[in-house]
Design a binder for this molecule. Sequence first.
Ligand code: NDP
Ligand code: 2IT
Length: 448
Amino acid sequence: MYTQDIIKMIKTNYPDQKEFHQAVQEVLVSLEPVIAKDKKYQDNAILQRMVMPDREIAFRVDWMNDEGEVQANTGYRIEFNSAIGPYKGGLRFHPSVNSGIIKFLGFEQVFKNSLTTLALGGAKGGSDFDPKGKSDAEVMRFCQAFMNELYRHIGACTDVPAGDIGVGAREIGYLFGQYKKLTNRFDGVLTGKGLTWGGSLARPEATGYGCVYFAQEMLKERGESLSGKICTVSGSGNVAIYTVEKLYHLDAIPVSVSDSKGTIHDKNGIDLDLLKEIKEKRRESLEEYAKIKSDCKYIKISDYQEGTHPVWSIPCFAAFPSATENELNLYDAKTLLQNGCKCVSEGANMPSTIEAIELFLKSKICYGPGKAANAGGVAVSGLEMAQNASMYSWDFESVDKKLHSIMESIFVKSSETAKEFGDPTNLVLGSNIAGFRKIADAMIDQGI
Ligand code: NDP
Ligand code: 2IT
């Protein structure tokens, strides 16, 4: 079969890129009904072309640490697809970054951006540089060196990077400063900028808020709500923090967060101010949270049971995986369901394994795949681009309202498409097909 041939081709040609195989398999299997229904996609070799990035850029980044030692890292920008708009997607700085990770993220981004209703192509980039434990001066020198290579590939109408793991307001600031020095241009070439120099209100909040709005939409259709409900959140970075904040706005009770060193279970509800202080200001581990709030439970990563993530063993009504890929496996999914979980809304990219997703779909709980549920971040990045292009900025309420309505329309589109293909609760199928059609049709319109 056509889709299976493409999956096989990817596995043969790129044997080491496991996360990319996983992302391609998840999407292509769900596209089978639309490929079978409409011959034009196979006739135009759409799948071969969509799994292959338009352009893959890799470069060396030389920089100097505070001890005066020369360091070398690898930088990447993978420009995946520009059928419906300029390349758009974040930069990840994390030691686990390699070309397969950036490729899986870029591939996901293409479909996600298509769902936002905005004109955004898909890309991703980053480096194996680890910002953890580095001084501000070291991060600045790294960002400047990274931009010394990246600047020639990006542009407000060409390719617009933003943040992801390890890249937040501080890094975007240093990257933008260097871009401006190199090009003498002040334009919307990056999103997630500071508010006084072109950033959008509500961009820091957007992914977390959007992920909760998406959960609200899924639940509303079933006559349920988050109010008064126990919720679990993993991660404790940008996405997790603003997921926790929005859950409180809706009178839900977020009881967990986690990081690369451990998990916090605070059954009275996460102390949001303390979380922000530790993670956004002090850049410390959650161990510090546990020291200050001695009545909460802290599980160190060294005490995790092999192959499980303790955050998912906390009984909850709704779960919000917001840390990283494959952080929720089949065992975790079974545990969540056994404990009565009714909703999973993915803030992270590809946080659930394929087996976990299959179980969620079989159980018919509300399952919001990352491409749909976490699209609020890039959507508000698109709104930042619109504000930059018009030399104007909107107030918080206007941006938040637009974000809310974009999340609603992503849900409606995904849900209607799932119904059209006879599997009404399957938002994996619905969102992937909806995202796919827009891009594939644009590619066909534009010729080869
Ligand atoms: P941050 O860097 O702000 O936070 C990441 C969080 O996840 C941190 O708490 C970090 O722990 C934890 N984490 C990262 N890697 C691992 C790992 N391998 N094991 C355990 N914990 C880990 O990133 P974001 O919040 O921006 O990103 C979180 C997820 O959301 C990612 O999957 C990202 O791709 C996705 N996403 C982000 C968007 C955005 O707008 N920022 C938009 C859409 C999706 P520690 O604090 O110890 O480093
Ligand atoms: O995965 C993502 O959607 C992001 N990291 C945000 C991308 C963006 O361009 O805002």
